[in-house]
Design a protein around this ligand. Structure first.
Ligand SMILES: NC(=O)C1=CN([C@@H]2O[C@H](COP(=O)(O)OP(=O)(O)OC[C@H]3O[C@@H](n4cnc5c(N)ncnc54)[C@H](O)[C@@H]3O)[C@@H](O)[C@H]2O)[C@@H](O)CC1
Ligand SMILES: Nc1ncnc2c1ncn2[C@@H]1O[C@H](COP(=O)(O)OP(=O)(O)O)[C@@H](O)[C@H]1O
Ligand SMILES: [K+]
Length: 494
């Protein structure tokens, strides 16, 4: 798992390290790592044009020292200074000694020079940045965005809040971010995620000074370790049975997608109960189907309730019935609308519960999501005593104790109808294995979000995707995280 940290946590961890190392040593480590990533991105360094956008803090110092190293390898480096009086003095001397040039941001030659650069290094603001970029920084950012060079952010893209990912106005649109010591949360969540590009972590020795993270990102390997493949002693009942309560005669689609996703995540068995029984039977002969309610479905190890289920009295009764059990329940879509009216239905539960709102569903519980998505998910989870999976570009999963997962596999290709129903089915299947894997509920939800995003990426390789493509790609997504070569996966290639 990759730990995700706030700016305050990083600052607190840096303090003892700064005290224990020679002055400037940490900045040299950061600059060495930064220059090495830039060298790799450029391929050949000699003769390449590099523009440094330099602010008045240590972030600018990192850029100047990295620029000096690249100039030492033959790059043509120019530093553009936002505040020439306050640029890092030692960094500036190092750059000059290596043959680098210096311009003020107000110099009319600065924007065209940035536009022509092969690589632009954003050292305007780091974790000390507050509020929106000022006019001069915005102009340099536009010059970089309009140029053809590789845009690289130092530590964090200037203009993003390193802790929340909030962007107030304009932020540097990086293709790569070279971050020091720890991955800042703002690089993986909110608008910051879209500005960070590929994140490269450079170690500066912060490791054991960092607290245990309270926010995490799962890798493919982490997800693989949380999936239990069938073993010789298994039968269809021992690998988890999922119950799907979704869809209606008028709207069978959600039921078909949700049941299919649950099946393709490969629990032992999927049961369906509800008004879309005919549609589900036709689409999925593998499912056990009834027109009745949850009591007619047979035993399950987890319920999924809500997608396409409506908000009438019958739907309310189904929701209340499953929430009164001691089984894991995933509550989505229409059932969230019902639950927002009667949150005590979930507050009185002690069994695992996962709510999967998008922003509008979230707002029905009282307050809008706002710009701090981790904070928002944590607040609702603590209030309701349930795991909250807040959907989005980077889906956030929070448990009532505050432990949070930020999904890294999401892709905008998922922004199409029905993909949420697929996520519910996947999550239901993972929750149904809790009895055998002992998997924590928030982790189960995070595993589901990871697989969902992987399936989305795989499907999107072939062009625009629809929700059914995710279901078809799920076996390949599971194979991908487990390191199985895709060629071995039968019909998921279709
Ligand atoms: N502390 C450490 O041990 C290390 C810090 N490093 C670098 O230091 C950075 C943090 O440095 P600083 O604390 O100096 O902060 P920054 O370099 O992020 O910037 C702070 C400066 O920018 C100004 N400023 C803040 N918001 C602004 C805005 N919206 N518009 C214009 N100016 C604004 C402040 O007045 C201050 O002068 C990190 O992000 C990282 O790049 C690295 O060198 C690694 C070691
Ligand atoms: N811009 C986006 N980038 C990445 N993922 C997105 C984006 N927009 C939506 N998604 C994902 O797509 C799914 C949509 O779910 P939802 O809104 O419930 O749709 P539906 O109800 O039609 O199934 C969620 O998993 C969400 O995280
Ligand atoms: K920066």
């Amino acid at each position: 798992m990759i730990g995700l940290y706030t700016a305050e946590e990083v600052r607190a961890a840096e303090a003892p390290l700064l005290a224990a190392t020679a002055e400037g040593a940490l900045m040299q480590r950061a600059a060495a790592g930064l220059a090495s990533v830039c060298g790799r991105l450029l391929g050949a360094v000699y003769g390449r044009r590099v523009a440094l956008l330099v602010g008045s803090g240590n972030n600018g110092g990192d850029a100047l020292f990295a620029g000096a190293r690249l100039a030492g390898r033959g790059a043509r480096v120019t530093a553009v200074l936002l505040d020439p009086e306050r640029a890092h003095p030692a960094g500036l001397s190092a750059l000059r000694r290596s043959g680098g040039r210096v311009l003020a941001a107000s110099d009319p030659a600065a924007p065209p020079l940035i536009g022509r650069a092969d690589l632009v290094l954003d050292g305007m603001l780091g974790i000390g940045g507050r509020g929106g970029l000022r006019r001069d920084a915005v102009e340099l950012t536009w010059a970089a965005a309009g140029g053809a060079g590789i845009a690289v952010a130092v530590d964090v893209p200037s203009g993003i809040d390193a802790s929340t990912g909030e962007v107030d106005g304009v932020a540097f649109p990086a293709m790569h971010t070279v971050t020091f010591g720890a991955v800042k949360r703002g690089l993986v969540v909110g608008e910051g995620r879209g500005h960070a590009g590929q994140v490269h972590l450079v170690e500066i020795g912060l490791g054991h000074h960092l607290p245990v993270a309270t926010a995490w990102q799962l890798t493919d390997a982490d997800v693989a370790a949380r999936l239990e493949p069938p073993s010789a002693g298994d039968d269809k009942y021992s690998q988890g049975v999922v119950g799907v309560l979704a869809g209606s005669a008028t709207y069978p689609g959600a039921a078909v997608l949700c049941t299919g996703a649950a099946l393709r995540t490969r629990p032992g068995l999927v049961r369906y109960a509800g008004g879309a029984a005919d549609g589900v039977r036709a689409a999925w002969p593998e499912a056990l189907v009834t027109e009745g309610g949850p009591g007619d479905a047979g035993r399950v190890q987890a319920w999924v309730v809500g997608p396409g289920g409506g908000t009438d009295e019958g739907a309310r009764a189904v929701l209340a019935e499953v929430l009164a059990t001691d089984l894991p329940v995933l509550v989505d879509a229409d059932a969230l609308t019902l639950l927002a009216r009667e949150p005590e239905l979930v507050r009185r539960r002690s069994a695992p519960t996962v709510l999967t709102p998008h922003d509008r569903e979230f707002e029905r519980f009282g307050t809008p999501v706002g710009t701090d998505r981790i904070g928002a998910a944590r607040r609702l989870a603590a209030d309701l005593g349930a795991v909250v999976l807040l959907k989005g570009d980077a889906t956030v999963v929070a448990d009532p104790g505050g432990t949070t997962f930020v999904n890294g596999t999401g892709t905008a290709d998922l922004a199409t109808a029905g993909t949420g129903d697929v996520l519910s089915g996947i999550a239901g299947a993972v929750l149904a294995t809790q009895g055998t894997t002992g998997l924590d509920t928030a982790e189960a939800a995070a595993v589901a979000a990871h697989l969902h995003g992987r399936a989305g990426r795989l499907a999107a390789r072939r062009g625009p995707l629809i929700a059914g493509d995710l279901v078809r790609r799920l076996p390949e997504a599971v194979g991908h995280v487990c390191g199985v070569p895709p060629a071995l996966l039968g019909d998921s290639q279709a």
